[in-house]
Design a protein around this ligand. Structure first.
Ligand SMILES: [Zn+2]
Length: 194
């Protein structure tokens, strides 16, 4: 049995965002024809993974899922948040993070993204899994880490000139631009009592 990733046909910017219902049916990728043999797969719209009905092929196509890693780096005051300089959520506040690259573990990706976005070094031993969530389109797996960085307020910050507009220490009243980040902020203050 052969396994391939479904080819990505991205949505036009003129199309409205996917609703959760649509997302559940056909998240982002559309694969109407088998990329191995060309067989018509339209009868499998909304079905993932898709096994090619051509009995001579039977290739199984999986929907691509991307991993996004986020870091809640904190000291006694609370976790650090950044004001985003790029979409989605441009101008809003969120935890620093980004896509896992090919060849990286999720821990390496989290350390790299925190370094790229705010210039703070997190030691691998300080990084701990905190929780996960799905994007509303279902094709991104969000993995949240916590890392205690002593004297966070005194650490020099080097904001990424293109991706990060500002940084701050979050409080219980901070408004974040993604619901999953807001949930993790609440969980942080529940589990990391000061
Ligand atoms: Zn096929």
């Amino acid at each position: 049995m052969k396994y391939t990733l479904a080819s990505l046909q991205t949505r036009s910017p003129h199309q409205p965002p996917l609703s959760i219902t649509e997302a559940t049916m056909e998240p982002v990728a559309v694969l109407d024809f088998c990329s191995t043999c060309g067989h018509d797969l339209r009868q499998l719209r909304g079905v993932w993974p898709k096994e090619c009905p051509n009995t001579a092929c039977k290739t199984v196509h999986y929907h691509p899922v991307h991993t996004v890693v986020l870091g809640l780096i904190y000291d006694d005051q609370g976790p650090l948040i950044i004001q985003r300089g790029i979409e989605p959520g441009k101008g809003g506040w969120a935890f620093p993070g980004g896509y896992q690259n090919y060849g990286e573990t999720i821990e390496q990706a989290a350390i790299r993204e925190i370094w790229e976005e705010i210039g703070i070094t997190v030691e691998p031993a300080a990084l701990q899994y905190f929780g996960s969530a799905l994007s509303n389109t279902g094709n991104k797996s969000l993995v949240f880490f916590v890392a205690r960085v002593p004297d966070l307020e005194q650490q020099p910050r080097r904001l990424c000139p293109t991706e990060t507009l500002d940084s701050a220490i979050a409080t219980t009243g901070s408004q974040l631009c993604f619901p999953s980040h807001q949930d993790m902020l609440a969980k942080f203050f529940e589990t990391h009592a000061r």
